[in-house]
Design a protein around this ligand. Sequence first.
Ligand code: B12
Length: 353
Amino acid sequence: MPKLPVSLSPVGREQLVVMAAGVVDEVVETLYQRHPEWESQYGAWGRDYCREDLTYHLEYVRACIETGYSDPFREYARWLASVLEGKGIPASHLVESFELLARAWASRLAPQDYALVDAVLWTGMVALEEPGEYQPSFYRHLTASDPAAPTLCAALIAGDRGTARRMIFEPIEQGTELVDVGVGLIQPAMYEIGRLWQVSKVSIAQEHLATAISESLMAQAFASAEFAPPVRRKALFSCVEGNHHDLGLRMVSDAFEIKGWEVQFLGADTPTRSLLEQIDRFRPDLVGLSISMPSQVSTGREVIQSIRSDGGAGRPSVLIGGLALNQLDSLWRDLDADLWGANAREALREAHT
Ligand code: B12
């Protein structure tokens, strides 16, 4: 994956934050001058939604520059185009927004900083010209899915806990390890729920229902699992601050605990300072961090740097994972982690468990 040639200057980095609101207001005005019909089409809240979307685009641009790659913006553009399509909004609005954002930054940033912002926005515009259906790059790390995954997906969406329970427990009773049921069955079912939400075929409530059922059945299966004898190794697992996706991390954490590790699981969105304090208190051999979106990558980098600088010789190894890493295979090295696991099974392998 080609890296962006240079990073932002400190001034450019500050300008991207401080000037964002002005840029967004300018682009909203231009868009509404060009499309007066939007006033009646999108109503009183139209400008607010437009402002919100443009702000989100810019946050993504910033996040991409922080990761050092423009490719996540390519994915973002394709993803957003499919979300908008599901709501009946054409992708051409997106191209126009990216163009206007680029133009608005041209007069505000130093040429070298502008070149970076322009390169990222340009990647998005080019992506929107790509033919075919959008397939997120993180799908390549899905292991061969259990053929029952679509049925589990339907049961989770319908809130049919009984069927979901049977489907998860049957393979376990036949000797499949919980981690493999998680990776091969629950994970693809949840990915499909995400895809259906993306194209407006599943509501947020249905996605919450599916997540809640999966979490509770995983907890039930964990409670009745056969645990390996203690291996005298300690692991602490947490989502970085800002990451609310903790179900995948739970799979990883449970897998380590079943293999005899002493585990602490901190769950979603742990504030960085508090996470570092807990690492200090627990003194694990391994810290597992989950990062799901490009906007969380710089927080992950900060946590890893702090662990490296504070830990001395006895510092824990850092294992990272999550969708943001599965989108860009080289990113874990850039973040200076010790290990990366694309799924819970691989995480065990990487940690020689
Ligand atoms: C459920 C869900 C949520 C729930 C999460 C609840 C919870 N308790 O986890 C809630 C409602 C909070 C949520 C919020 C959002 N979500 Co969401 N969400 C999902 C969904 C449908 C399922 C997530 C999941 O459980 N997957 C199944 C698990 C098992 O897979 P996994 O997370 O990849 O984990 C595996 C590996 O990645 C790896 N791994 C993960 N962590 C770690 C850590 C370590 C140390 C290691 C080694 C490995 C590892 O191992 C895991 C097990 O094998 C996904 C769809 C998807 N494709 O995942 C969207 C999805 C991730 N969400 C998405 C979005 C856009 C959002 C929101 C921005 C929506 C919004 N507008 O608010 C917010 C952002 C929240 C935030 N700041 O983090 C997009 C992301 C698009 C992208 N490519 O960037 C997705 C892909 C949906 C979609 N198709 O559009 N979401």
